[in-house]
Design a protein around this ligand. Structure first.
Ligand SMILES: O=C(O)c1cc(C(=O)O)c2c(n1)C(=O)C(=O)c1cc(C(=O)O)[nH]c1-2
Ligand SMILES: [Ca+2]
Length: 685
């Protein structure tokens, strides 16, 4: 079986469970990412209900002065709202009026923008006593004074220049007296780990590596006792030793104070292709798993691996929610997750036992589960040099967009995305340091090209997006509301049975939690991707949400018919009878500038296309469509400065660092040739 390697040691009783304010926030407070340790994103407030929601209006808003994605769940305590943006710029607002109390800019080196797969986003922050804690893109954990915003302590969570492409986009979490945080980089090359720090001093308490030691020597870490267990699931030779293997926890980490367990949701493997990574062998622990650790020591307790031998950029970093559910005639302490692979899982959170899982979208990887809950993976989705269809696609059937659970309805709510992609192993692939490292090819020739084109049509035909309500007891969809495109926001649910979520209609929308019937909708001038919160102040219930389209979904979707937002990101705060108004939208952008004539040879354009895919596409979009800046729409001045931008970091302040370490002048010119060719192909359509 894959869940339990050793009999778990007896669970230590938690010393902080009973008097920990983060375990039991007052009904009007929202003091941690998932509101409390269950991470249900369930607000007990009921003032806003189906009868009066028509009166819900904007109380105040704050311009966030960015067109980058804003993915953070804000936090609320004692009349103050805390928020964090791209580059970890953190602000405290008077929650009644929106007046800024303080802003702290940790001055993240913009060079780190290159290492973030999906924009230099931040998914949130943490509160503890007099501290606000942030985790910066460049790997610092910083505790700020809650009243002044001044740093109290700073700890580096990974070394600079480690050879791995580490960054942080996930929220830090406070569990009792510790701060726990992970990191990103699994699509470039990192060795994932999770670490815990003393909340008062920032001193490291424990560290647990999620892939085996690349040198087969002990790390001096909490993971050492299970290094051999992990190691036995990887090949002797393989690029995992060089690139770290991945499994990095870049989003959700959860906690049960009574069991004193920390649950770590781990990411995909790197390089993606198991053939290149691990000689096409093994489960590759702990990629795409939930790993339970002793909160006091970081010692291994159990794991469940959703995708043994993962190789499709499928992550298990998604929201993990704890609840006690009546299943099969007994009360189970469950942990729920809807990872990228299209299934919704219910595990026993004390033991890791697989209880049940069901698919909520079309998928073609799973042929069932064995008696221990280990999935039977179809051989048809493994890498070959022949293009073939794999569903879901690498964006996942559910990505980081926060999931919510209502103990009243018994349903879990999350934005779902049905998709597929065309996979083919790239022959003779070699790793690209500090670049995207998948090992799958984008380009096919001859007969394979025709197959690729046919399968791409099939994949496109499968695309659909919903807000999905899942019944974790009946193990099936309770209801679904179809939404126009991928990239819909996270969910929040209230005790008045209302689900709030951002949509790609560029709205913030309320649904009946039992039926999915739409109750209310507000045009936000940008698609809110983050999770909402609710708080109460002076007897008034508020709902707060960041509306800032961006991140991974936006990079794909901007090219696929979604309008670029014309308004900057904003923090929006609603209440019954709110009368604030957003300013009118600025006029539609004028037509893109005419590109210069194409002078590069066909061979140069082809070389530029390949370099673009390997180096630039993660931020600027596949086939140079969309992305954080659509490079088909460069102005004459940008064209004139192109090689200086790419090689000298002329636009570093905007997050476009120099690539001189991996691109020659000739390379940069080939990429420029490709972009001019793309602009000419598409211009004037
Ligand atoms: O493997 C990784 O380390 C890693 C990191 C991140 C990230 O930190 O944003 C994403 C992903 N993977 C990923 O696969 C993914 O789909 C994704 C979407 C987003 C986003 O912010 O919209 N981040 C990430
Ligand atoms: Ca990834």
């Amino acid at each position: 079986g894959c869940q339990m390697a050793a009999a778990p040691a007896p669970l230590a009783a938690s010393p902080i469970a009973s008097n920990d304010p983060l375990a039991h926030p007052a009904p009007g407070e929202w003091t941690s990412d998932g509101r409390d340790y269950t991470a249900q994103r369930y607000s007990p407030l009921t003032q806003i209900n189906a009868g009066n929601i028509g009166e819900l209006g904007l109380a105040w808003y704050a311009d966030l002065d960015t067109y980058r994605g804003v993915e953070a769940t804000p936090l609320y305590a004692d009349g103050v709202l805390y928020n964090t943006l791209a580059w970890n710029i953190t602000t405290a607002y008077d929650a009644r009026t929106g007046a800024v109390l303080w802003t702290y800019d940790p001055q993240v080196p913009r060079e780190f923008g290159r290492l973030a797969c999906c924009e230099p986003v931040s998914r949130g922050l943490a509160l503890h006593g007099d501290k606000v804690i942030i985790a910066t893109l460049d790997g610092r954990l910083i505790a700020l004074d809650r009243t002044t915003g001044r740093p109290i302590w700073t700890t580096r969570t990974f070394p600079l220049h480690s050879g791995y492409a580490y960054s942080i986009t996930g929220a830090p979490r406070v569990f009792g007296d510790k701060v726990v945080v992970g990191q990103s980089g699994g699509d470039l090359g990192v060795r994932g780990f999770v670490s815990a720090y003393d909340v008062e001093t920032g001193a490291e308490v424990w560290k647990f590596y999620l892939t085996p030691s690349p040198t087969d020597t002990p790390d001096g870490a909490a993971s050492d006792p299970v290094n051999a267990m992990m190691r036995a699931t990887w090949s002797d030779e393989g690029l995992w030793r060089q690139l770290g293997g991945g499994a990095n926890p870049w989003d959700a980490i959860a906690y049960d104070p009574a069991l004193n367990l920390v649950y770590v949701g781990t990411g995909n493997a790197v390089p993606h292709s198991r053939y290149y990574r691990s000689n096409d062998e093994g489960d590759n622990l702990f990629v795409c798993s939930i790993v339970a650790l002793d909160a006091a020591t970081g010692a291994y307790r159990w794991h469940y691996q959703m995708n043994p031998g993962e190789e499709w950029d499928w992550t298990c970093t998604q929201s993990m929610i704890a609840a006690d559910l009546e299943i099969g005639g007994r009360t189970r302490q469950v942990l729920m997750q809807a990872p990228k692979n299209g299934f919704f899982y219910v595990l026993d959170r004390a033991t890791g036992e697989f209880i049940q899982a069901g698919a909520h979208v079309f998928q073609n990887w799973n042929e069932g589960f064995d008696a221990h809950g280990r999935p039977i993976t179809s051989e048809a989705v493994r890498y070959t040099e022949e293009p073939h269809l794999v569903a879901p696609g690498p964006g996942g059937a559910h990505n980081w967009f926060p999931m919510a659970f209502s103990p009243r309805t018994g349903l879990a709510y999350f934005p779902a995305y049905q998709s597929a992609f065309v996979l083919a192993r790239q022959p003779g692939w070699t790793p690209q340091p500090m670049r995207s490292n998948s090992g799958w090819g984008f380009v096919s020739t001859g007969e394979a090209a025709a197959t690729r084109a046919r399968l791409t049509q099939q994949a496109n035909a499968l695309e659909k997006a919903w807000l999905t309500a899942w019944d974790p007891v009946a193990n099936r969809i309770a209801w679904q509301v179809e939404l126009p495109r991928h990239g819909n926001g996270g969910a929040m649910v209230t005790a008045s049975d209302i689900v709030f979520a951002g949509t790609t209609r560029q709205t913030f929308t309320a649904f009946d939690a039992r039926s999915g019937r739409q109750l209310w909708e507000y045009p936000t001038q940008s698609a809110p991707v983050a999770g909402a919160i609710s708080y109460e102040l002076d007897g008034v219930q508020y709902i707060a949400i960041n509306a800032g389209w961006g991140g991974g979904a936006a990079q794909i979707e901007r090219g696929a018919g979604i309008e670029m937002p014309r308004a900057p990101a904003r923090l929006l705060v609603f209440r019954l009878g709110g009368t604030a108004q957003l300013p009118p939208l600025p006029a539609n952008a004028s037509a893109p500038p005419e590109p210069p004539p194409l002078r590069a040879s066909e061979a140069t354009v082809a070389r530029g296309a390949l370099l673009f895919q390997q180096t630039c596409a993660v931020c600027h979009g596949q086939n140079a469509i969309g992305g954080v800046k659509d490079l088909r729409h460069m102005t004459a001045e940008t064209h004139a400065a192109f090689t200086r931008i790419v090689l000298e970091g002329l636009l570093l302040d905007r997050g476009m660092a120099s690539f001189a370490d991996i691109l020659s002048r000739e390379d940069a010119e080939a990429i420029h040739g490709y972009l001019i060719a793309r602009a000419n192909e598409d211009w004037g359509r």
